[in-house]
Design a protein around this ligand. Structure first.
Ligand SMILES: [Zn+2]
Length: 109
């Protein structure tokens, strides 16, 4: 079962080694570690009818699998709702889904 968590600390990373202050480093939303890998995003259509995520976002959702080198797995989400966009994350605890995420990310290397 996935556990919904705040993604806020994921976006508090340092700038890119002081060389590109406009760039921030994405971090694990669970532990804050900065060694994090992403898989291809999944686009979830909602037809402006709450079909992607149920009751709390009406519009489409972009879901991005991640793997943290401290052994955390999950998804980042960007969800559209009535003109606004929200972001959050899920921690994946199911071992089968963890393996699927790890394998998919490994294929991208
Ligand atoms: Zn982590």
């Amino acid at each position: 079962m996935d556990t919904t968590i705040s993604a806020k600390k994921s976006f508090r990373g340092e700038d890119y080694f002081g060389k590109r202050p406009e760039m921030s480093q994405l971090r694990c939303p669970i532990c804050g570690y900065d060694y994090i890998h992403l898989d291809k995003p999944i686009y979830m259509e909602s037809h402006d009818n709450y079909e992607a995520m149920g009751e709390f976002v009406r519009g489409d959702v972009i879901k991005i699998p991640f793997w943290c080198e401290a052994n955390h797995y999950g998804y980042f989400y960007f969800g559209f709702h009535k003109g606004m966009t929200f972001y959050w994350a899920d921690e994946v605890k199911d071992e089968t889904i963890k393996v699927e995420i790890y394998d998919a990310i490994s294929r991208l290397r």
